[in-house]
Design a protein around this ligand. Structure first.
Ligand SMILES: Nc1nc2c(c(=O)[nH]1)N[C@H]1C(S)=C(S)[C@@H](COP(=O)(O)OP(=O)(O)OC[C@H]3O[C@@H](n4cnc5c(=O)[nH]c(N)nc54)[C@H](O)[C@@H]3O)O[C@H]1N2
Ligand SMILES: Nc1nc2c(c(=O)[nH]1)N[C@H]1C(S)=C(S)[C@@H](COP(=O)(O)OP(=O)(O)OC[C@H]3O[C@@H](n4cnc5c(=O)[nH]c(N)nc54)[C@H](O)[C@@H]3O)O[C@H]1N2
Ligand code: SF4
Ligand SMILES: [Mo]
Length: 766
């Protein structure tokens, strides 16, 4: 495949199959608004933020007679324009779903048999406290692992874990953006950077699927850029909705993006198209980088990627022509190859060669209160404080995954996130030590960590699995105790950091009273800790107390946020290398005026980074010293055997990861994903559209129907992620559509510790 696709040529080329490309199922059934709610009566509007995915967009919910009837975006939140996506708008379908977990439950039969005993909250806490106590006595506290998706739940979970004495707390990040995080850290000494999508002139996306992997503010940013004449180039082995909206689509061979980026860097450096002043002033290691890319010519990259060398040359030149408002998206879900650290580093380096840091339409450091206060050397913006707890006991053993542990392969992985897929390995192998208990919160590892069977086998070996969720998920189905949390529409919470080019916080507020016998996480953790004799670590009594502590006692800020749904500090977006925004910043914060240099910019922080050289490290001194990976180098990877097809996944606009497939409205919109297969490949296997197939990798197999479409490379298959659920407790979604993680292998990528979500499969008709 060596073709450039514009929208036009694509449609010509794909012929009749084009009609099936979008793969979005037929028109939705009409479903009535929140059952039983009348649209008459008094309406209230409550401002909060969404949790139908972790983009966490600010919302406004309309409540009539105590029932939520409509969810919109917060009309005052400019970045989303007061809009939500289809999932956000369906929040109340989840809220009123009778298939939610309605009461705490303790397993009554064999693990995974589906027999439960409904219990009181107190009995559930007592059960967990006793089992955790027994694990601690027999194996030590580190034999308990805690995993949580991340976000506002995190502080509570980590507090309980540390008080209990285990260092083993995890987020989902190793299955999602961790390669990007580690690459940004290696380059800048911080991962807290963003992209100013709305002002970009040229955006190159390597599988950043803005219009299906949705973050409303970012998607709107890209749409704004396009409407202002910006160019979008999509590189993706399949025709995503993002590819559809792009000016050009390149169906790259899976797992070869690094070759493309190295060749782009080659052209930028070979033709001196990079920003020489920027590179000289702010970066370190350019000469080593230059020496490392000489062989990575566009002709070489064409052989790896299937993208014509002339197109690679042109894209590099167009990027340079649009600089500094030219960006290569560093991606979100970074799981395409085991060489993901190198790929994300190469992308970050391209951006720095384009000199796009701290300018509108480029990349920027997130302006958290800590960043701004640190910059001006004084507190000018309120930051979160939190409550004081007694000191935690020192953990007796290091983390089981070695994240942040000197001398370990996962040293560069932030220990706050860890390498979550090592939990099942540790349970099964008892290495580096036995793990006997797993506390899982707002997280569904059975559905979302590759090699499902291995995760299930590990769970079967546990003494205790606690799951706190809203649905009887694939993981909850295997638990000893299930704790039903109130949904985001039923609970109050503390502040949520929502910083970007300006600092800001959002606030979750209860929209309606809990429908079932459920509780918010901050109450669950406090009660559980009290049962375990660890109550002093959770000294608050109410949500108001938590919020006030977070805002350093500023009742006025709490009130303002309750009313508006968010707290902003009246800043315009701050880009430190842009004269206009620096002038606006200095006018608002007089302390900043002395930092402005003769060019009218503030670049002190860019010359004082937390890297060894204090500069932007094109050559990462840390990755060089530890792993000999200072600059990105191409190591070919084998993702599929010769007789196999690549299997890749992506998000659908209508569902979230392993979360929403059982939500009534969303299930009705998209109940079951099919396996995409190219017409030529289908013909070779003798498949018709809609045929049922078995697909098999060296890890496992599964069955699903096929969708025959020219929107995928002939050597590749694609499925929307999150279908094919294993929990009979999800009565709608159970076994509907193509499962992904049944066939994906367990992997830990070098340096960044990410999983791998590409593999090779064979297909046969059943
Ligand atoms: N509607 C919706 N929105 C979401 C989510 C959701 O589940 N649903 N989840 C949220 C989360 S957690 C995340 S991480 C983000 C994810 O946001 P993205 O990472 O932008 O979304 P994905 O669809 O997972 O994007 C992966 C794309 O990469 C392509 N791809 C696969 N292999 C390769 C390869 O080797 N090279 C290239 N260039 N492309 C490849 C896939 O075909 C797919 O189109 O979305 C967030 N927003
Ligand atoms: N093969 C393959 N694997 C993947 C991916 C892929 O594309 N392909 N995508 C990866 C990505 S990008 C990510 S981010 C992960 C995501 O996987 P996870 O981190 O597991 O995240 P989700 O599936 O979004 O949500 C986790 C759980 O949170 C529960 N939940 C929702 N709201 C609440 C709440 O208010 N309280 C509580 N207690 N629980 C709640 C949901 O019911 C769900 O069970 O999966 C990864 N795994
Ligand atoms: S992207 Fe959609 S589902 Fe996710 S938080 Fe925003 S509105 Fe909610
Ligand atoms: Mo993700």
């Amino acid at each position: 495949m060596n073709k450039k696709f514009t929208r036009r040529t694509f449609l010509k080329w794909s012929g009749a199959a084009a009609a099936t490309i979008a793969a979005v199922p037929a028109l939705p059934k009409m479903i009535s608004w929140a059952e039983g709610a009348s649209l008459e009566g008094s309406a209230d509007f409550v401002r909060s933020y969404c949790e139908m995915c972790t983009s966490r967009c600010p919302i406004q919910a309309k409540v009539v007679d105590g029932k939520t009837v409509l969810i919109n975006g917060n009309p005052d939140w400019a970045a989303t324009g007061g809009t939500v996506c289809a999932r956000g708008g369906s929040g109340f379908s989840q809220l009123y779903d009778p298939q939610r977990i309605q009461k705490p439950m303790i397993r009554a039969g064999e693990r995974g048999e589906g027999k439960w005993r409904e219990v009181s909250w107190d009995e559930a806490y007592a059960f967990i406290a006793e089992k955790m106590g027994a694990i601690k006595t027999k194996y030590g506290p580190e034999a308990m692992a805690f995993a949580n998706r991340g976000g506002t739940h995190m502080a509570y979970m980590v507090t309980l874990a540390r008080a209990f004495g285990t260092p083993n707390t995890f987020t989902h990040e190793a299955t999602c953006p961790q390669a990007r995080t580690v690459a940004l850290n290696a380059t800048f000494g911080t991962p807290a950077l963003g992209i100013d999508y709305g002002n970009v002139k040229y955006l190159l996306s390597l599988g950043r699927n803005h219009f299906e992997g949705i973050h409303v503010a970012q998607a709107r940013g890209v749409m704004n850029a396009l409407s202002k004449g910006g160019k979008l180039v999509s590189v993706d082995p399949r025709y995503s909705i993002t590819s559809m909206k792009a000016h050009e689509w390149y169906p790259i061979k899976p797992g070869t993006d690094l070759a493309l980026m190295l060749a782009i860097n080659h052209v930028l450096i070979r033709d001196r198209l990079y920003d020489e002043d920027f590179v000289a002033r702010y970066t370190d290691g350019f000469e080593v980088l230059k020496g490392s890319i000489t062989e990575y010519t566009p002709a070489w990259a064409e052989k790896q990627t299937g993208i014509k060398s002339t197109d690679i040359e042109r894209i590099a030149k167009e990027l340079a022509g649009a600089k500094p408002r030219a960006v290569v998206d560093w991606g979100w879900r970074t799981q395409t190859t085991p060489e993901e650290f190198e790929l994300r580093r190469a992308i970050v380096i391209t951006n720095m060669l384009l000199g796009n840091l701290e300018v509108p339409g480029g990349t920027f450091f997130v302006k958290s209160p800590a960043f701004i206060n640190g910059l001006v050397g004084k507190e000018v913006v309120q930051d979160m404080k939190g409550w004081k707890t007694p000191p935690f006991p020192a953990p007796g053993k290091p983390r089981l995954d070695g994240a942040g542990v000197k001398g370990q392969p996962n040293f560069m992985v932030p220990p706050a996130d860890g390498v979550v897929q090592t939990i099942p390995e540790a349970i099964l192998t008892e290495q580096p030590y036995p793990v006997k208990g797993w506390f899982v919160l707002r997280y569904n590892p059975v559905a979302t960590i590759p090699h499902t069977q291995r995760v299930m086998d590990a769970i079967k070996k546990l003494d205790l699995l606690v799951v706190c969720d809203i649905y009887m998920t694939d993981t909850a189905w295997m638990a000893d105790v299930v704790l039903p949390e109130s949904t985001y529409l039923e609970r109050d919470e503390g502040f949520n950091a929502s910083h970007g080019a300006v600092p800001g916080f959002t606030l979750r507020q209860q929209v309606v009273k809990p429908v079932y016998d459920t509780k918010p996480h901050w109450e669950i953790f406090k009660s559980l800790a009290e049962k375990m004799g660890l109550g002093s670590y959770f000294p608050y009594h109410s949500i108001d107390e938590i919020r006030l502590a977070q805002m350093g006692g500023r009742a006025d800020l709490v009130k303002e946020t309750k009313d508006k749904g968010f707290l902003s500090f009246g800043f315009k977006p701050v880009f430190l290398r842009d004269k206009n925004s620096v002038a606006a910043f200095a006018a608002k914060v007089p302390e900043a005026a002395s930092l402005v240099n003769e060019q009218g910019i503030i670049d002190k922080p860019l010359l004082n980074l937390k890297t060894a050289s204090k500069k932007i490290e094109l050559l990462s001194s840390q990755a060089q010293a530890l792993f000999g990976r200072g600059v990105p180098v191409y190591r070919p990877v084998k993702l599929a055997e010769e007789n196999q097809l690549f299997f890749v996944q992506g998000k659908t606009a209508l569902h979230t990861n392993g979360h929403t497939h059982n939500v009534p409205w969303l299930f009705d919109l998209f109940p079951a994903a099919r396996l995409w297969i190219h017409p030529e490949t289908a013909a070779k296997i003798g498949l018709k559209d809609g045929d049922k197939v078995e697909y098999e990798s060296s890890t496992g197999k599964y069955q699903a129907k096929v969708l025959i479409t020219a929107g995928v490379r002939p050597d590749t298959t694609f499925a929307y992620f999150g279908f094919g659920r294993t929990s009979p407790g999800l009565k709608r979604a159970y076994q509907q559509g193509a499962n992904s993680n049944m066939v994906l292998p367990m992997a830990v990528a070098p340096v960044c510790g990410t999983t791998l979500q590409t593999t090779g499969i064979t297909i046969r008709k059943v």
